[in-house]
Write a new protein. Structure first.
Lengths: 254, 161
């Protein structure tokens, strides 16, 4: 059988900036029927993005917490989830012809914007065209996106450029992380090591590493949301220690 | 137990061997499979817990229906989607919601799709999309190898009619 080939996502196109909160405000202003509302393309996209983020991460939470999770997504209370939302925006920019045709059909329909999980056909679309690929053959692309996103937003302030010997830094990083006060579990440690590699030698990061980051972030986004500030501090301290260690090895600066 | 230092070293070695992907426009299923096997092997060492794969509800139902009934011409008359839902949710993780859009197994995965979708071009297109993905990702979701042939046949059939 012929090899199956996938096109890499094209991230060049801008993604819609309208949030679902904006959509709700617009519709409330217009006194629309919230149980049966036709949506503009931008409004529909903003709803799709919420459904996607919910679908990707809801199962990290027990059932009774999911409703609240959906609300926090809509109210944008958890900034880290913005990453999955923007990823969905890019997926929408990369739809194939069939999926694009389905979007056109979906634009003709009316939506319940109070109970957004009750819009069956839209959910079908989100599941089949966006979530299934992101949890399978595009999971590594999600991981690559996560690395870039977190590298910029969370770990960008760390002085990566002060590391003289990148290879030795990556070898020593595990030790340095263990020495930090502040507890991290083995998965978090691995995540920080992988992120560091992505920051220091991005061209050497391979598909398996992206995939591992992709899996970790998909499955632990909620935990990460809570922990990310602490993790960022721990990594910063470890890198700082490593910078000092390398300087010391070089001998005193004259 | 593999520590994360060992894992990092292993992945680093792989990174040196593998030709860089960055900058390319396409990738192949074999590349994905390779990466997945590596990650799976490593994760098995790190954590034993296996997680149910995520799959859209519609495709999850199709997997179960095809595995159970690939070799019979009709679904048993007493078969309900409730039964299928129970089995599917043991195997796959999908968004919890009611199943009112589909009422019978035939609506999800018809035995004779060309006739079933004769006057419903839209339904046929969505069904084709659902099958095509499952054919490409057969090994990821199916446990019954015999269902591959019949699934492929159905997928080809629906493309032509």
């Amino acid at each position: 059988m012929a090899e199956i080939i996938y096109d890499i996502l094209n991230f060049d196109k801008p993604i819609g900036e309208k949030s679902f909160r904006d959509t709700l405000n617009e519709l409330e202003g217009k006194d629309s029927n919230t149980l049966k509302t036709v949506l503009s393309k931008e409004q529909l996209n903003s709803l799709v993005v919420i459904l996607f983020a919910y679908g990707l991460h809801y199962d990290e939470l027990t059932e009774e917490k999911r409703r609240r999770f959906l609300n926090t997504l809509i109210e944008e209370k958890l900034p880290l989830f913005q990453m999955s939302k923007t990823f969905a925006g890019h997926l929408l920019n990369n739809l194939n012809q069939g999926a694009e045709a389905e979007i056109q059909n979906l634009l003709q329909m009316e939506y319940n914007i109070q109970e957004i999980l009750s819009n069956e056909r839209l959910l079908d679309f989100v599941e089949m065209e966006l979530l299934d690929p992101t949890t399978s053959f595009r999971k590594w692309e999600y991981g690559r996106y996560a690395m870039a996103y977190l590298g910029q937003k969370v770990f960008g302030h760390i002085k990566w450029d002060k590391i003289l010997d990148k290879k030795s830094c990556l070898q020593k990083l595990g030790e340095q992380l263990d020495k930090q006060n502040g507890k991290i579990d083995s998965q978090e440690k691995q995540f920080l090591q992988m992120m560091s590699k992505g920051m220091l030698v991005p061209q050497k990061t391979n598909m398996a590493e992206f995939l591992l980051i992709g899996s970790y972030v998909q499955e632990h986004m909620m935990k990460l949301s809570v922990r990310i500030k602490e993790l960022s501090k721990i990594l910063e301290r470890a890198i700082q220690k490593e910078i000092s260690r390398q300087k010391g090895k070089e001998g005193p600066n004259l | 137990m593999t520590g994360s230092d060992a894992l990092l070293r292993h992945l680093q070695k792989l990174g040196e061997e593998e030709t860089s992907l960055i900058g390319g426009k396409q990738y192949t299923q074999s590349q994905i499979r390779m990466a997945e096997r590596i990650v799976q092997d490593l994760r098995d060492d790190l954590e034993k817990a296996s997680i149910k794969p995520k799959l859209s509800r519609r495709r999850a139902f199709i997997v179960i229906l095809e595995e159970l009934y690939y070799d019979v011409p009709e679904y048993p008359s007493e078969l309900t989607l409730g039964n299928i839902h129970r089995r599917a949710s043991l195997r796959f993780e999908y968004m919890n919601r009611n199943i009112k859009a589909f009422k019978t197994p035939t609506e999800v995965h018809p035995k004779d799709p060309c006739t079933y979708y004769e006057d419903n071009a839209h339904g046929k297109a969505r069904y084709r999309v659902a099958l095509e993905y499952l054919v490409n990702e057969f090994d990821r979701y199916f446990k019954e190898p015999n269902a591959e042939f019949t699934l492929k046949n159905k997928s080809n059939e629906i493309k032509l009619c």
